[in-house]
Design a protein around this ligand. Structure first.
Ligand code: ADP
Ligand code: ZN
Ligand code: ZN
Length: 683
């Protein structure tokens, strides 16, 4: 027999090794020690096969089976995810697996002690345990492999916290649900499988429904995975869930230290983390006994993981729930068109909440936006009134930085990124920044093209808006929320929001997502039209969601809030329908059908980098593929980016053609290819 093993970094492909009869299917997901070159490496056993994938004479034997790391279901999940997005399983496993779990035998004796079960129990000294006890790998490893009775004692003496829980009874303090909430909860509990989509207006009590379902799951001694779109949302949602369930919530996201991350991954794995809440990467964690998945704000595009690999965490959560045979709940005030379509097709069970729990929906005012002034007189009045009544105002602006565009009025030169050709954004510190490549340039004094001192900037970003507002209301605090703030500063600002009064909150997209901001009475949208002029077929859908979500941030407690949207197109149906939602998304869906766009077609894009337009002949079967066309997102790595678009009625055929096209492109030595498969999954 042979097996295929995943490695960190070495190769995209799985590597083939020979195994004897003692290795069985039960060992899939085990860490294994294998010879690779002159080293011994740790890999993960992914598959058993009867024929080697390489020349038989070159196949080496597996050195050692170490310990179980992943359950078979998890490996199945990684494999299906990889196959779905045409990625290699190896890439997915490397992304999911913490580097420390791949330590090779070049590591020190102490590190080896952590990971190697071949070490004799007699060599475990108290000092060593103490040294590694705060890394839960160690405790987990020790417990897995050595029958040590006194490990808890050893840990206790060193005053360290063991990673495994002492089972505590659940004493949740849940809110009594309204009739509407109760009906939804009961229906989900009754079926306890499949995909459930809760379409509930902002503040309609979706989160309280989640907490009831979470408690139900915990009582079955099963774990819950909760996904949220942004790091900034993790703490608030975790606090709410912890408060209601009276159980600790383990948070996981990319801003943790390596050590914290490893500890939490291991807690999910051991079952110690009963509620794991995180951003999209949390989806790749292994669970001991997963019982429920919740995806909050399911429409949010942040679930789309772009780098280093592309996948949609929301779609993959549906896949994971299917493989693990557990129910999944998607919730949003503005469900994605794909999810609505899936509900229409009967693949998702749809529930609706039409009313807020505490107040009625905010009143929306549309104001004509004049280029010459940032704030309309109506918006100014509304801000003044809100501040006078000790409430907070949220001012939404879709872009960070100072202004959108720097250009020359003489020769029309524009400041663009020399890497990707995107328009650069001017920042308060006078730098020009590319928000796509994160590169920074110095702002030229004179126009680099015509040498005249005629450079001007145009449009507003959050920095300029905050600056302007603090000049207009110097006696009031202005707080700015955007990703130019450090994560720590943001965390502090969010924490202090609870007690703020008469404060102006300036925020980009990050503020519009799911935040339950108690004292915000008024929302001002500075400039709402950007999404109307985009090449992205999803732009209108996102703008609509953004407007509804932003409006939803105000008036969540006593009085209904008021929203002032400044737009150049107040008569556009998108803005007209914000007050009476639901019909607009359905009309967008109708348009997608008409124009043969997703979710009615399966599409995919492949990008190639080349010096000039590649000249590639496609076989007749692939003639329907559009390309190469210049990529609307601009260039990459200083080279021109070209795109190929595939749109097909049949998902399998698309996949087949996609692999075919990729093979053809890869054969061309002049092209550097990568691909992004944009798909809509239904289990
Ligand atoms: P959503 O997640 O839909 O935006 P939330 O669950 O955050 O809504 O609910 C909005 C507000 O209403 C929160 O302050 C929440 O605690 C409160 N709430 C929700 N359901 C109930 C209930 N059944 N009883 C009392 N308060 C509730
Ligand atoms: Zn010029
Ligand atoms: Zn750039």
């Amino acid at each position: 027999m042979y097996c295929l093993v995943a490695f960190k970094n070495f190769t995209k492909e799985l590597v083939c090794y020979a195994v004897d009869a003692s290795v069985t299917e039960a060992h899939i997901g085990y860490r294994v020690l294998v010879p690779y070159g002159k080293k011994n490496c740790i890999g993960i056993l992914v598959e058993l096969i009867s024929k080697p994938t390489i020349d038989q004479s070159k196949v080496k034997p597996l050195s050692n089976l170490l310990d179980p790391l992943y359950r078979r279901e998890t490996i199945t999940f990684y494999r299906q995810l990889a196959s779905y997005y045409l990625l290699s399983v190896n890439e997915i496993i490397c992304l999911a697996t913490h580097t420390d779990l791949f330590l090779t035998d070049t590591c020190t004796q102490d590190q080896w002690f952590c990971i190697s079960p071949t070490l004799k129990p007699s060599s475990i000294t108290q000092k060593k345990v103490a040294k590694f006890a705060n890394q839960s790998t160690c405790i987990w490893s020790l417990k897995q492999h050595f029958a040590i009775n006194n490990i808890e004692n050893m840990i206790a003496q060193e005053d360290l916290i063991p990673s495994e829980p002492t089972a505590q009874p659940i004493q949740a303090s849940l809110y009594e649900l309204s009739t509407a909430q109760q009906k939804i909860t009961q229906s989900i509990l009754d079926s306890w499988q499949g995909v459930h989509l809760i379409h509930g207006v902002t503040g309609s009590g979706k989160t309280e429904i989640y907490t009831h379902l979470i408690v139900h799951t915990l009582k079955q001694q099963q774990q819950v995975l909760v996904l949220v779109p942004e790091i900034a949302l993790t703490q608030q949602t975790a606090n709410k869930i912890a408060d209601r369930t009276q159980m600790p919530v383990t948070i996981i996201h990319s801003n943790l230290t390596k050590k914290q991350k490893l500890a939490r991954i291991m807690q999910a794995r051991s079952g110690a983390a009963q509620i794991l809440l995180g951003t999209r990467s949390a989806l790749l964690c292994e669970f001991k006994t997963l019982g429920l998945i919740i995806v909050d704000e399911e429409h949010d595009s942040s679930y789309r993981h772009h780098s280093p690999l592309f996948f949609s965490a929301k779609d993959m959560a549906v896949l994971k729930a299917h493989i693990e045979k557990v129910p999944i709940v998607l919730g949003s005030a503005t469900p994605s068109l794909e999810s609505l379509h899936n509900a229409q097709q009967g693949r998702y069970q749809l529930y609706e909440l039409h009313h807020r729990v505490h107040t009625s929906m905010p009143k929306i005012h549309l104001v004509l936006h004049e280029e010459s002034s940032m704030l309309s007189p109506q918006a100014k009045n509304a801000i003044q009134h809100t501040l006078d009544t000790q409430k907070n105002v949220l001012v939404f602006i879709g872009r960070r930085g100072w202004s959108n565009l720097v250009y020359c009025i003489k020769c029309e030169w524009q400041a663009r990124c020399n890497h990707c050709d995107q328009i650069l954004v001017l920042h308060q510190n006078h730098s020009l920044q590319c928000h796509q490549c994160q590169l920074e340039f110095k702002k030229p004094v004179d126009c680099p093209k015509c040498q005249q001192a005629e450079l001007v900037s145009y449009g507003y970003g959050s920095q300029q808006v905050a600056h302007h507002l603090s000049q207009l209301w110097p006696e009031h605090q202005v707080m700015r929320f955007d990703t130019d703030q450090t994560p720590t500063a943001l965390k502090d600002q969010f924490a202090s929001l609870v007690q703020q009064k008469s404060t102006i909150i300036v925020g980009t997209q990050m503020m519009t997502k799911g935040h339950d901001l108690a004292a915000v009475q008024t929302v001002i949208v500075i400039q709402a039209d950007q999404g109307l002029y985009s090449h992205d077929f999803r732009a209108e859908e996102s703008l609509y969601a953004e407007m509804v979500q932003t409006s939803g941030r105000c008036g969540r407690r006593q009085q209904p809030g008021e929203v002032w949207i400044q737009t150049k197109n107040p008569n556009h149906p998108l803005f007209q329908s914000i007050q009476t939602p639901r019909s607009y998304p359905l009309s967008l869906l109708e348009k997608r059908k008409q124009y043969l766009l997703p979710p009615f077609q399966f599409i995919a894009a492949i990008y190639t980098l080349a010096e000039k337009t590649p000249n590639i002949l496609l076989p007749d079967e692939l003639k329907y593929i559009l390309g190469p066309i210049p990529c609307p997102r601009g260039n990459r790595e200083g080279k021109t980016c070209f795109m190929w678009l595939i749109s097909n009625q049949c998902r399998n055929q698309r996949k087949h053609h996609l692999s075919w096209l990729i093979r053809i492109l890869q054969q061309n030595p002049k092209l550097k290819t990568w691909w992004q498969v944009d798909t809509y999954l239904c289990p």
